[in-house]
Design a protein around this ligand. Structure first.
Ligand code: PLP
Length: 386
């Protein structure tokens, strides 16, 4: 690696150590590398920590969202309300099952959907809402469920970014009927690629276990463990959405680090908030009154009248060896969603996606590195360093 690379402050860097390396090596040495006992152990430990009844590990959060819609029976002719302001996989999941994603707006301080933003998007065809806990900031689930349940609308949590965050004192994962997580390296803990669905419904958990493995009546691991001849059946058209035991071995170590990672991220987020507090009009990521973020993303939103444009600030940061990112994308502005349905206008989404950016934040970030980021933002606002 060149010296320049070492100096660049990345947007994110997973916290992986020799413990993960040896856990992966043990899985390899055991000879069982596909979905097996380590995946089961990973599911059990993740469910225990979140207070969830069932957890089903899959290949990504995208496939977790897809399976969630399949077990709900959502399909052609159905509408699924999703925030446009999200990673594109949220909206794509609805299309995978032949349903129509319908975009709704978000509320500015949390960047999350709310009762007020969901309601105008509801139609007689609405079957489900996918609620994104944006950048690890919990959405107000009780209020959203109170809106949706009486209307027979199912609620899925896209908690891709939200492991370790909490809602009304409980970890995200244990409070809803279908909660989907990601273990991509951009998220808070990682298995390289990977995902999980937590659910309170045993029948859904069972069906998702089958669907992730080609619709097989008996898992490969169970067949292998059996002393009798077991000939599996294929009960429905399934998928290959499995996680490997190598990934799960890494995930088990990562789960042990989760609390520490979240504490560190929260401390760094607090430092950003403190040292950027006097930038006039700047909005920043923070805890909502009812929950605790894991700060998977730390966004700032530039006010109108900020001395420089958002993209110029991004460029200035890159010139200073910092890798920021634009804020959360808006799916309805992408070519893949040209002409897509939205019953409501999306003014907050459009402002946020145009005016926001994500600042680097990762477990092993030093305060000196963070100060470099803070100084560039303050400098572009015409303020001196702190
Ligand atoms: C990252 C992300 C996803 C996709 O997760 P993968 O594990 O990469 O499939 C889905 N939704 C949101 C909100 C995300 O941030």
């Amino acid at each position: 690696m060149s010296k320049v690379d070492l100096d660049v402050i990345p947007i994110m860097k997973p916290w992986l150590g020799p413990e993960e390396a040896s856990a992966a090596a043990e899985a390899v040495a055991s000879g069982w590398v596909a979905q097996g006992p380590r995946v089961t152990a990973f599911e059990e430990e993740a469910a225990r920590r979140a207070g969830a009844e069932h957890a089903v590990a899959v290949s990504s959060c995208t496939t977790a969202l897809h399976l969630s819609l399949v077990v709900l029976g959502v399909g052609p002719g159905d509408e699924v309300i999703v925030p446009s302001l999200s990673f594109i996989a949220t909206a794509n999941a609805a299309r995978y099952v032949g349903a129509t994603p319908v975009f709704c707006d978000v509320e500015a301080s949390t960047q999350n959907v709310t009762v007020e933003t969901i309601e105008p998007a509801i139609s007689p065809a609405t079957r489900a809402v996918i609620v994104v806990h944006q950048g690890g900031t919990p959405a107000d689930m009780d209020a959203i469920r109170a809106l949706c349940e009486p209307r027979g609308i199912e609620v899925i949590d896209d908690a891709a970014c939200a492991i370790g965050a909490s809602y009304r004192g409980r970890p995200i994962g244990g409070h809803s009927s279908l909660v989907c997580f990601s273990f991509h390296p951009r998220k808070v803990i990682t298995t390289g690629e990977g995902g999980m669905v937590m659910t309170s419904q045993e029948a859904w958990a069972e069906r998702m276990r089958r669907l992730r493995e080609h619709g097989m009546s008996v898992s490969a691991a169970a067949r292998h463990a059996s002393r009798d001849l077991v000939i599996e059946q294929y009960l429905e058209t399934g998928f290959n959405f499995r996680m490997t035991d190598i990934q799960a071995a890494v995930g088990l170590v990562q789960l042990e680090r989760l609390d520490q990672i979240v504490e560190r991220r929260r401390a760094l987020a607090e430092r950003y908030r403190r040292y950027l507090a006097d930038v006039p009009g700047l909005e920043m990521a923070g805890d909502p009154p009812y929950g605790r973020s894991n700060f998977q993303s730390f966004w700032i939103v530039l006010p109108d009248g900020f001395p420089v444009e958002r993209d110029d600030l991004l460029r200035t940061m890159m010139e200073h060896g910092i890798s920021p990112r634009r804020g959360i994308m808006a799916a309805h502005l992408e070519p893949a969603y040209d002409g897509a349905v939205h019953h409501a206008s999306l003014p907050v989404t459009e402002r946020l996606t145009r005016r926001s950016l994500l600042l680097p934040l990762f477990h092993v970030m030093t305060e000196e590195q963070q100060d470099r980021v803070i100084d560039v933002v303050r400098g572009s606002a015409g303020l001196g360093s702190e």
